[in-house]
Design a protein around this ligand. Sequence first.
Ligand SMILES: [Ca+2]
Ligand SMILES: [Ca+2]
Length: 247
Amino acid sequence: MISALALIALALPGAAAAAVDNPCEGPEAKRLLCPNLRIAPPSEIYVQKLGGQVLLRATSDVQSRGRGPMELHGTRNGPRSMRVNQRIYRAGGGHITVPTEARLRFTTVGTYFGGSYWKVHQLANFELRRVGPDGTVGDVVRTSPKLNYCLRDLYRTRAGRHSPPGRVYPGCNQNPYRDHVKLGTSVGWSDIYPAAYHQQWIDVAGLRGCFAYRMIVDPQEHLFESNESDNMSQRLVHLPYRGKPGC
Ligand SMILES: [Ca+2]
Ligand SMILES: [Ca+2]
């Protein structure tokens, strides 16, 4: 016999749709050209002092390193927001479309960097962890602001069989009135943001000692990849910063 409480529970829609299984880890995976994102260790690190803040800035390099591109299709679901389907190409032609929990946001990065773009909400984040005398990496002590990035083909950083020689995803859409946008990064290509870019920092004011400066791509694990466990890189930095990495 079903209790009244159970009936109520059955009638309520789920708080969130059941997460879709990663097709790049299932039995179909070998017939798919699955993408894989990685991120290079932070580079071109420098300090910018701004009022009471000490901004440790670094260049990030999101690399597309799978058998197929990371390709996302956004469909508007709010004034500055789109929901996201991921397209994964099949080895023999055609593709599958997988709904994701990722979102695009129409993001303002300041006039110097071109104004506003449709970007993937929280595609990356940076964090700082304390490193003990024995090299043990501890808890997070500071994080970057939320980093919204486009995916695009900026530089071809690794040529290879699956890597197109020219740009397929040239840039990110800047039209706030669009109802649909496509963005992606091709195999062998990178989307790079310079250390001077909007929000490309961690505030390290008041910190002393040895820290690990970590960069993580797709930290919320919203995008489907052939390898979900290679999305972090790090470099050790001594604070106050002495002009080059290492402790
Ligand atoms: Ca990955
Ligand atoms: Ca992922």
